[in-house]
Ligand binder design. Structure first.
Ligand code: SF4
Ligand code: MG
Length: 327
């Protein structure tokens, strides 16, 4: 995805005029086979919108998205339906994703039934194979969603997503609705399947700890923009953006030395009301005067790291700043 953006028009009845919400701005991302890209950020940071844009579930207002070297087909076209088989999405709430009235086998088989892929027996065999792959027994095939636990349901959703042998799997908060004790199991399962099947995976979560467990690379989003991106372990070891530092300090892992938790000040982001300059400045403890007026660009620091912060550039650049006074 190159420089993609998505804005929505909000009708504000109080003011009587429409305002535009920039949910995602100028996002460039890529994910390859055998790779998991984590996208982390608070709610309202544009993570989910980015996921839907990447899958072509909604069109970008600007920018271009390609899949397998080709532009994403127009939404609703026959090519789009075909490409949808190769890209699957998993959401937070497995119960909402499943049809309560149908037994598991029937809903897992659905894409195969539509395309008459093999005999009924072959389709059922595929369902059993996938249920086992996600650690469930064949018996689950005859059950209904309400007869399963939350963890089992999310495994079913995952198995169903794999029925069409996708190349890309986008998981949006896939374990956030699960008990903490179950979360690790499902995260490990996702990780194993990604490696086993060579999937390209995008893992979206507000929980940096969970993202770290599965991701090779991580992109940190704030108010619709990527503020930092890097190789997962490296990002944790030396977060360069003040926002990433705050997130990492709130989710410490062995080997991270940051000297205590950095608290985020002020309000969580509101995409309808973006601050001037660096959108993070009202909450940034490192902010300098120019942060209020000048938006930093996402610059390459080398080693696959990209950071969008006035203070993360070359040191000479920082010294050239005539107004280093804290705001
Ligand atoms: Fe903080 Fe300024 Fe960097 Fe933004 S540009 S993260 S406000 S120091
Ligand atoms: Mg979301």
């Amino acid at each position: 995805a190159r420089n993609i953006a998505r804005s929505y028009e909000l009708n504000r009845h109080i003011w009587g005029n429409a305002s535009v919400v920039h949910a995602v701005s100028d996002v460039t991302l890529s994910v390859g086979r055998n790779e998991t890209l984590g996208i982390v950020g608070e709610s309202g940071s544009g993570k989910s919108t980015t996921g839907r844009l990447l899958l072509g579930l909604e069109p970008p207002t600007r920018g271009a998205i390609s899949f397998d070297g080709r532009p994403l087909p127009v939404i609703g076209s026959p090519e789009w339906r075909k490409s949808r088989m190769r890209m699957q999405m998993i959401y937070q709430d497995p119960l909402a994703a499943l049809d309560r009235r149908l037994p598991i086998a029937k809903q897992m088989r659905e894409p195969l039934d539509i395309h008459q892929a093999g005999s009924l027996r072959e389709r059922d065999a595929r369902v059993s194979e996938l249920l086992r792959a996600v650690g469930l027994s064949d018996a689950v095939a005859r059950r209904y969603p309400h007869e399963l636990s939350g963890g089992q349901r999310q495994r079913v959703v995952l198995a169903r997503a794999l029925v069409t042998r996708p190349d890309l799997l986008v998981c949006d908060e896939p374990v956030s609705a699960l008990d903490v004790s179950i979360q690790a199991q499902v995260v490990n399962l996702l990780s194993d399947l990604q490696a086993e099947l060579g999937l390209a995976m995008i893992f979206i979560s507000h929980d940096l700890r969970v993202v770290r467990q599965v991701s090779h690379r991580i992109a940190v989003m704030y108010l619709g923009r990527i503020v930092e991106e890097g190789e997962a372990d490296d990002l944790f070891a030396r977060p360069a953006h003040p926002y990433t530092r705050a997130l990492v300090s709130a989710a410490p892992v062995p080997g991270t030395k940051l000297g205590g938790r950095i608290m985020l000040r002020g309000e969580p982001p509101n995409p309808a009301n973006q601050p001037s300059g660096c959108a993070f400045h009202p909450r940034c403890s490192a902010a300098v005067a120019r942060c209020k007026s000048e938006m930093p660009v996402l610059a390459e620091l080398g080693g696959g790291r990209k950071v969008s912060c006035h203070l993360a550039g070359s040191p000479s650049e920082n010294q050239a700043d005539p107004s280093p006074a804290r705001t």
